[in-house]
Design a protein around this ligand. Structure first.
Ligand code: HPA
Length: 249
């Protein structure tokens, strides 16, 4: 069974039939929301709303460890995470979908590891390629089969938020090699790796990052929400194709 970490309920999960909602607890506290067990395209999935049932939890306040622990305890075979991002390249404007293959972590102060005790051993998980290449390929194939345009690869820079970035911070991230910027990928991706759960992401570009394109003077918050809603309909189609064909991929 695959897990989907979604931003919020409505459009991204258009094809989801809900069977039951289960409140769970973990040694790290409660996850953002009850686990939603259901089916997409007739196949079982479990869905976790990263920002809570009513989108009430800000990116820097998400209990990432509880979320990943809860999905681990549920025995998921992999995670597909949905996240909105700002684009940092000319060709990555609002509405673009991207399957990232790299990450740079700019967050601070987040509980970012399960190995946080002095138990006498250091645990250094490999993170050379943060995303599961298998899931990435399957997402790309699903997009192709569903006739959905999608960018293959890109470096996701994770800012701490909740504020948006300054223009200079975005210029620095560009120089570092980032292509998109978001606020929720880390430590989520690394925690999944620590638990050995294959993780892939669908990034939805909802704005040009600060200082770029029509965000030259400011990033329009209304625009972020609007593009998010429209693209989610396409993402729902992509997810349905991915889940439906997961055995065949
Ligand atoms: N910056 C950080 N996170 C984001 C952005 C952005 O411009 N757009 C959507 N999530």
């Amino acid at each position: 069974m695959f897990a989907i970490i979604a931003r919020s309920r409505p459009a991204s999960l258009a094809g989801l039939t809900i069977e039951r909602r289960v409140h769970v607890d973990t040694p790290y506290g409660r996850p953002s929301a009850p686990l939603i067990y259901g089916a997409i395209a007739g196949k079982s999935v479990v869905v976790l709303l990263r920002h809570g049932d009513d989108h009430e939890i800000a990116p820097h306040r998400v209990n990432y460890r509880a979320n990943i622990q809860a999905l681990y305890d549920a025995g998921v075979e992999g995670i597909v995470a949905i996240a909105t991002v700002g684009g940092m390249r000319d060709h990555l404007g609002p509405g673009t979908l991207l399957i990232p293959d790299q990450v740079i972590d700019y967050t601070s102060g987040r509980a970012h590891t399960f190995y946080d005790t002095d138990d006498g051993t250091a645990h250094h998980v490999d993170f050379t390629w943060p995303f599961s290449e298998n899931i990435r390929r399957r997402l790309l194939t699903s997009a192709r089969n569903a006739g959905i345009r999608i960018e293959d690869g890109g470096c996701y820079g994770c800012a701490n938020g909740p504020r948006l970035e300054s223009a200079a911070e975005i210029r620095r991230m560009q120089r570092d090699g980032c292509d998109v910027v978001g606020m929720t990928g880390m430590p989520e991706i690394a925690l999944a790796r620590e638990k050995g759960i294959p993780y892939g992401a669908i990034n939805i570009v909802v704005n040009f990052a600060a200082g770029l394109g029509d965000s030259a003077q400011a990033v329009a918050h209304d625009q972020l929400l609007e593009y998010g809603r429209t693209a989610m309909v396409t993402v729902a189609r992509l997810l349905a194709t991915f889940i439906e064909n997961k055995e065949k991929a």
